[in-house]
Design a protein around this ligand. Structure first.
Ligand code: FES
Length: 517
């Protein structure tokens, strides 16, 4: 089996029974904030795209690159489609010209021509990717590969049960706006960032240890940020609170916990994988490449500047009545939302500036009032959640009829946020569900989930605790760690105060716990 690195979460896997291209992302995503690092735009995408199968793990724009899919990927390819609750991924791929789909069943092995076997696990909670994220397992000729991508299954046992895995690809770096965009003192941001960076690595070690594959490939990040306003997010300033460590740092950290089987793929690196060994050739020596990262990014910044400028020029639509349009689109959804609206529980304020981000004058303030079920001008009231961003960005979201503001505005990091009290995942869940189909799905999921999550118990230290984490149902008998009166679920690091059951990380999400006599 041959694995060719094609950047970020993308790779091409060649077997004697056919080739699979995964997540071919090249063009900048999220308001031109994220670029693939290292740059993969000079690869021969027409040749790479001439494949038998295409796997797009989910709709996040650093995995689903409409332009590259349209221009370079063969429409003869059969799409290996994850089993998602909505048809959006298939619809968008059809619109780009793909016509052949294998609709897989989640967690079921599908046998393709020539003895190639694939299994896709689809994760479908409202907080998994843009309502859906997935991992791809492949077997051919006795060699097994798990491309876990950036999915966060509660455990990997379903893959391990299919036989020893030879190559395990997984995310290890950050892919979120926290804590950088929060309006906090720098010292607090650094402390939160460091916690997050440590947690990312801990989670990665746990997954690696779960599967015990022969070889581990760090993939799916970090991106690089080339716009001047976002440049500080690149991990080149020795900031221990930076959540975007690169593959070179991964190798160093992995070595500290005894990991010796890591393989970094640069765009164009090729690994020949057999049951016994993996040999990799790189276009540039790896150590040298990461040692020169700063100069590499500076050169890339200059080269890509015209692309960013051209994108920026397309965002302003001053003729749009932002308040009126948001009223028209969001108020019917507020009316229908029960769980998420209750979960948000208060007004959310958007301060809109005359720039493309957080600088400049605030020219309009709008409140999405969840209890009042309306969108209205800000009325000088106290709000629990506040965002500040460029009016032009919201204009553009309205212009393109964007139904998922996480997969556009929030991942762009072109905003700042402030809140009173805890993180509230319902705020982000709602703004990724700005369509009837998604809203209904998410509401239904929360409805079912609330009933289901409480049933079983487990013993943790001196406590009897509900077995499933109130966040996303991780098995706390495996992921739960009790320290005094605090339980931490290691899957996403959420903390719970056991005597009161209160979630210390996010609003709501109470846990049932009782101290043993
Ligand atoms: S499942 Fe996310 S913190 Fe437990």
């Amino acid at each position: 089996m041959r694995i060719t690195g094609t950047g970020h979460a993308s790779m091409r896997i060649d077997t004697a029974a056919g080739s699979i291209l995964c997540d071919p992302w090249v063009n900048p995503a999220y308001f031109a904030s994220w670029f693939p690092f290292p740059d993969n735009s000079l690869l021969d995408w027409k040749a790479l795209g001439d494949v038998d199968y295409l796997y797009v793990s989910h709709l996040h724009r650093d995995h689903f690159d409409a332009k590259n899919l349209k221009e370079n990927i063969s429409k003869k390819a059969t799409v290996l489609l994850p089993e998602y609750p909505t048809s959006q991924l298939e619809d968008e791929l059809r619109e780009l010209g793909f016509t052949k789909f294998l609709r897989t069943k989640s967690n079921q092995v599908h046998e393709l021509d020539g003895g190639l076997k694939v299994m896709i696990q689809a994760l479908i909670s409202p907080t998994d990717g843009p309502i859906g994220d997935s991992s791809l397992w492949i077997e051919h000729d006795g060699i097994r590969v798990l491309n876990q991508n950036d999915a966060r299954p509660t455990d990997l046992s379903i893959f391990a049960e299919l036989g020893h895995v030879h190559a395990h690809m997984l995310q290890f770096s950050g892919a979120i706006w926290y804590p950088m965009v929060y309006e906090l003192p720098e010292s607090a941001k650094t402390a939160f960032g460091k916690q997050k960076r440590d947690r990312q690595f801990d989670r990665t070690w746990r997954y690696i240890d779960d599967l015990k594959a022969d070889h581990v490939f760090p993939i799916a990040g970090p991106p690089c940020f080339l716009d001047d306003e976002l440049w500080q997010f690149n991990d080149i300033f020795g900031d221990e609170g930076n959540i975007f460590p690169d593959q070179g740092v991964f190798l160093e950290e992995y070595a500290k916990v005894g990991g010796t089987n890591g393989i970094v793929l640069l765009p164009g690196s090729v690994t020949e994988l057999s049951e016994k060994a993996a040999t990799t050739e790189h276009p540039t020596p790896i150590d040298e490449f990461f040692a020169n990262k700063q100069a590499y990014l500076e050169e890339m910044r200059e080269r890509k500047a015209p692309i960013i400028e051209a994108e920026k020029a397309s965002w302003r639509h001053p003729e749009i009545d932002v308040l009126g349009e948001l009223k028209k689109r969001i108020e019917p959804l507020l009316e229908e939302s029960i769980y998420m609206a209750q979960g948000v529980g208060g007004p959310v304020r958007f301060d809109l500036t005359d720039s493309f981000g957080t600088t400049g004058e605030i020219v309009e303030s709008i409140v999405v009032d969840f209890p009042g079920k309306q969108v209205r001008p800000y009325a000088d009231e106290k709000v629990r959640y506040r965002f500040k961003t460029g009016r032009a960005l919201i204009e553009h979201l309205i212009f393109i009829d964007e139904g998922d503001w996480v997969n556009s505005l929030f991942l762009s990091c072109r905003f700042s946020a402030a809140r009173i009290g805890q993180y509230n995942e319902f705020v982000y869940a709602f703004f990724k569900c700005l369509s009837e189909e998604r809203l209904q799905y998410a509401e239904g999921w929360y409805d079912e989930h609330e009933k289901e999550v409480e049933a079983e118990d487990t013993q943790l230290g001196d406590w009897t605790v509900q077995r499933r984490c109130p966040h996303l149902k991780a098995d706390l008998s495996r992921f739960g760690i009790v320290d005094g009166n605090t339980l931490t679920c290691q899957l996403h690091g959420w903390k719970f105060d056991l005597p009161s059951g209160r979630c210390l990380t996010s609003v709501g999400h109470k846990i049932r716990a009782e101290k043993n006599e």
